[in-house]
Design a protein around this ligand. Sequence first.
Ligand code: SF4
Length: 117
Amino acid sequence: MIKHFTCVICPIGCEIDVEENEGKLILLNGNMCARGKEFVIQELKEPIRVLTTTVRIKGAEFNMLPVRTDKPIPKRLIPIIMEDIAKIEVNAPIKMYKVIVKNIAGTRVNIIATRSM
Ligand code: SF4
């Protein structure tokens, strides 16, 4: 069975077709570089993404502070992590790359600010 993936590793966004047999890749078309193959292998095993979102901030020029995970996290955990993030409110000033939440949802991944505010 042929599966289709859009590589999200770089902005080119190669459309990659893969044939898989019992967990083994037997055909791979459309990737312009080796990172596409790594991406597909990871997608088949456990899709992961860097999560970008915002948290509430008090005492700043805007009400929401942009944040992201400092490493990719399993996609299946995004709803749980978003619930945790929705409860957070920080106080200005916050420096870019400051850790806002350590080890979010036990993932060993931190939520960090992506701008100073
Ligand atoms: S396969 Fe390579 S060139 Fe294509 S989107 Fe992925 S990283 Fe970019």
